[in-house]
Design a protein around this ligand. Structure first.
Ligand code: EPZ
Length: 416
């Protein structure tokens, strides 16, 4: 695995253009299976996870080509319904392909996507919803086999507003001969982007962004081109990196509405923020103020920003309390931050962060995507140099991170 070597006492200054959203691109890439034609996607981030999704589609028989910033996906000749087990294990969000395969072929075989460092990440909500749509699901220790003659429209109530389950069921219900209603759905902006993509193909879906989505089945879907929305978590990450280093940044190509919970908390911590059209300016204070964070489903504070805020608050003035309500194991970066001199104690789903004056550079290990991004933030602030190992985790979700940081005045190199 590779590592980043980061010189501390950085101060981010300048401008950065935000890439397309990883968590919008992934379900939309899967949805390209539905119409058996050629779809063109723009603003897809060039990161490990989207390239992993392309590999899975190619393995199923799709042709995926990259032409500059254009991704051309042809799904006409899909010749198998068994999602490659190794590829699936590498990226659990590939479970989203199941809904698309079932909708088009009434058939899908896949293996449990497996948990990862942030929690068990079961798929019971996906499975229960698919069963409600009349899909027969048989499970053995290795595979889950989904089959049906016809997908029937249904009324589904999600026990939890799961993003992936919402997306999977939207895809699975797109060709029924009636109306499917899903209640207690996720309201994240990426769900709205997926609805916009599907409706552009000719689907009849409404309600994304609210807690009830209705899908009126259609007979077929046409070929489209589509521009992926900006990545709200990358936006928040650069704003936090600037806030924690007392820098000054202009973040371009953003959706301001998607990041309001993040902006509110950054202002509460003492940042000066100007937002207009598709850009945000942030001036970081000399020292941040401690704040409390509760992660919640959208429009609450996003769990994907939790580790990065936690890292940022290790040097704030005062004690911050961070409560993680979405995943059961999303404080994995804490021991690494403590090795840098942070004062953090964990009790159940809460991290109590007592602000210290300065962190000290060390050799630290990333164990997941956002935890890794949090460690890079700590390295930017620390005294001395920090080696952040396993940077492949970070490259799953951030396009050209080193280049973007270097252009903002950071001394960072990738080794190995
Ligand atoms: C999506 O994951 C995102 N990934 C995650 O971003 C994000 O953290 C998460 O939504 C929450 O916002 C993508 O969009 C590719 P969930 P997903 O289903 O769909 C439990 C990142 O860093 N649950 O909303 O897997 C689950 O265990 C990634 O970019 C069940 O119990 O999240 C978790 O505790 C990390 N049963 C909670 O719900 C299920 O069937 C939220 O999971 C499904 C989920």
């Amino acid at each position: 695995m590779s590592r980043y070597i980061v010189k501390g006492n950085s101060k981010l200054e300048g401008e950065v253009n935000i890439s397309g959203s990883k968590n919008s691109a992934l379900p939309i890439i899967a949805a390209c299976i539905l119409n058996g034609g050629t779809n063109i996607l723009y603003n897809v981030p060039n990161i490990k996870d989207t390239n992993g999704m392309f590999e899975i589609l190619r393995d199923l028989g799709c042709v995926v080509k990259k032409k500059g910033k254009k991704i051309i996906i042809n799904s006409e000749n899909i010749n198998k319904f068994h999602i490659n087990e190794k590829l699936m294990r590498e990226m659990r969000s590939s479970v989203i392909i199941v809904g698309a395969l079932i909708a088009r072929f009434k058939n899908a075989i896949f293996s449990y996507p497996g948990g990862c460092e942030i929690g068990a990440r079961p798929i019971d909500l996906h499975i229960n919803g698919l069963k409600k749509l009349g899909i027969n699901i048989s499970e053995n220790t290795r595979y889950i086999v989904c089959k049906c003659d016809k997908i029937i429209p249904a009324e589904i109530q999600l026990d939890f507003p799961s993003v992936g389950a919402t997306e999977n069921l939207m895809l699975a219900a797109v060709f029924t001969d009636g109306e499917t209603i899903i209640r207690n759905v996720a309201m994240e902006p990426e769900i709205i982007d997926l609805q916009n993509f599907l409706n552009r193909m000719g689907a009849k879906i409404s309600g994304a962004g609210s807690n009830i989505i209705k899908i009126k089945g259609v007979k077929s879907l046409k070929e489209v081109s589509f521009n992926i929305m900006p990545d709200r978590i990358e936006t928040g990450t650069f704003l936090c990196y600037t806030a924690m280093t007392g820098g000054k940044i202009k973040v371009n190509k953003v959706n301001i509405n998607d990041v309001s919970p993040i902006l509110m908390k950054l202002e509460e911590a003492g940042c000066k923020i100007e937002k207009k059209n598709d850009y945000i300016r942030l001036d970081g204070p000399k020292r941040l103020k401690a704040i409390d964070i509760q992660t919640l489903p959208y429009p609450g504070f996003p769990t994907d920003m939790q580790s990065i805020f936690l890292s940022m608050l290790t040097t704030a003035k005062g004690t911050s309390i961070i409560t993680e309500n979405i995943f059961e194991n999303r404080f994995k970066c804490v021991p690494e931050l403590v090795r840098m001199g942070a004062k953090i104690s964990i009790s159940n789903s809460c991290a109590i962060v007592k602000g210290v004056r300065k962190l000290v550079g060390a050799e630290i290990f990333a164990t997941d995507l956002r935890g890794g991004a949090a460690l890079i933030g700590a390295a930017l602030m620390a005294k001395g140099t920090t080696m952040v190992e396993n940077c492949e985790f970070v490259e799953r979700g951030y396009e050209s991170l080193e280049t973007k940081l270097r252009n903002l005045g950071v001394d960072i190199i990738k080794e190995r």
